[in-house]
Design a protein around this ligand. Structure first.
Ligand code: SF4
Length: 215
């Protein structure tokens, strides 16, 4: 465990150097906007989401606006992000709960957030970390892959990975660490063509495919 913690600290240090700012690249100015943008970002690039939300956030200013939108309108407004019917349903239903049960405000606890329709732990951790400053580890597809390659977890289960990473890192690093891991997974430790040859973690990385990937 001690060695693993030391390795996790090294990983955290290297990805900190690569991505000092650790910002999510979604544009938002309130917890509600972040919630909507995060739902839209599933299977879609952040750039596309930002393009769509630029207009969307001017049209829909409150949870009520989303909840009361006429059938088909919201779907049309978010169509280009893909899977728009499911996303519209998730946004409308969670907005209705926020308007009805939380006085129009996005709640700030894991329990309340994950009780919203269409909001899982990953989305909840994004909201808690970015909008409420609460520590949490976001486990998305990039974090699952990169943590496994780096030997930080032996699990493929997002909840277990979340616990494994939380045990390895100090609480005040959880949110930024996962944001940086996502950026690192998108840009360096990619799913299909990991850039092992230019990776600052190459020497310590235990992934058996790294030499072939480095070429
Ligand atoms: Fe990912 Fe390759 Fe770097 Fe290991 S060496 S962390 S597999 S990019």
């Amino acid at each position: 465990m001690k060695d693993k913690k030391r390795w996790a600290a090294r990983v955290a240090g290297e990805i900190h150097k690569l991505y000092p700012k650790a910002d999510v690249s979604l544009d938002y100015s309130s917890p509600l906007e972040l919630l909507v943008a995060t739902i839209l970002s599933a299977q879609c690039t952040d750039a596309r989401v930002n393009q769509v939300t630029k207009t969307l956030f001017k049209k829909y200013r409150s949870a009520d606006d989303y909840a009361a939108s006429p059938p088909g309108r919201l779907e049309e407004d978010i169509r280009s992000t893909g899977f728009y019917q499911n996303k519209a349903r998730a946004i409308r239903q969670s907005a209705a709960e926020i308007a009805g049960k939380h006085q129009g405000r996005v709640p700030g606890t894991m329990e309340e957030l994950t009780a919203l329709p269409g909001v899982g732990r990953k989305t909840a951790n994004v909201i808690l970390g970015q909008a409420f400053g609460a520590p949490g580890v976001v486990v998305d597809t990039h974090v699952i892959r990169v943590s496994a390659r780096l030997g930080l977890t032996a699990s493929r289960n997002p909840e277990k990975i979340e616990q494994d990473l939380m045990a390895l890192l100090p609480e005040n690093q959880w949110s930024e660490f996962s944001t940086r891991m996502i950026l690192f997974g998108r840009n360096v430790c990619k799913a299909r063509a990991p850039q092992c040859g230019r990776c600052p973690l190459y020497d310590g990385c235990p992934w058996e495919g790294k030499e072939a990937a480095a070429g």
